[in-house]
Write a protein that binds this ligand. Structure first.
Ligand code: GRF
Length: 217
């Protein structure tokens, strides 16, 4: 095993979180190395960026496989061929089989743009606005077979402002995703964030803001 954890990033689209992880991993003391960017869509904008930036990339088109498990088997082979140790999902829009998820248990993380366990699934910003919450955010978690569930590694919160649309809220959350995800991958890759039962213990002095008020007092 290398000292820097060999990490694959799985994308389906824009890839802005992938870019944030790649940028962080350029630091020589970052504990993860991005060894593969894999997309299930050949037209993903993030894939073009990864190619232009000299990253190893691979496309596995899910439509070319007869079943979800056939696709997951191919995915698994690609990851094992690249000697991947950690998987970071970054806008990867495919549900995975329980067998695949269990195989990568505690070695696969995801970012979701809500404060889980609230607002799982799609249209999460619309869900948050419809619920009328005053604080929204994002979560990095270990992946479990049930969608958008699993032990929480880190979260970031932002205010919901009057007049927000799903787009303005998404942009405010995306901005903090780009800080949260590299930090969370650093904790996991360095072994400082570990699952104990279904909770994550962080083995370093954790700094936190004292509170976010929305509206401010
Ligand atoms: C992000 O909001 C992420 O939280 C969610 O999908 C979106 C992907 O955006 N899982 P990008 O492709 O990283 O720009």
């Amino acid at each position: 095993m290398s000292i820097r954890k060999r990490t694959a990033i799985l994308i389906s689209g824009r890839g802005s979180n992938m870019q944030a992880l790649v940028a962080a991993a350029r630091a020589p003391d970052y504990p993860a190395e991005i060894v593969l960017v894999l997309s299930n869509r050949s037209d993903a904008a993030g894939l073009a960026w990864a190619n232009a930036n000299g990253l190893p990339t691979l496309v596995l088109d899910h439509k070319a496989y007869s079943s979800r498990s056939a696709f997951d088997d191919a995915l698994n082979s690609a990851l094992e061929t690249a000697n991947v140790e950690l998987v970071a999902l970054a806008g990867f829009m495919r549900l995975m089989t329980a067998a695949f998820v269990e195989h990568w248990r505690d070695r696969m993380i995801n970012i979701h743009p809500s404060l889980l366990p609230s607002f799982k699934g799609l249209h999460t910003h619309q869900q948050a606005l419809a619920a009328g919450v005053r604080i929204a955010g994002c979560t990095v978690h270990f992946v479990r077979p049930e969608m958008d569930s699993g032990p929480i590694i880190a979260q970031a919160a932002v205010p919901v402002l009057s007049g927000d649309t799903p787009e303005t809220l998404a942009a405010r959350i995306l901005d903090v995703e780009h800080t949260l995800y590299p930090m969370a991958l650093r904790l996991v890759a360095s072994g400082r964030a570990r699952c104990e039962g279904e909770k994550v213990i962080i083995f370093e002095d954790v700094k936190c803001e004292s509170a976010l008020y929305s509206p401010s007092p």
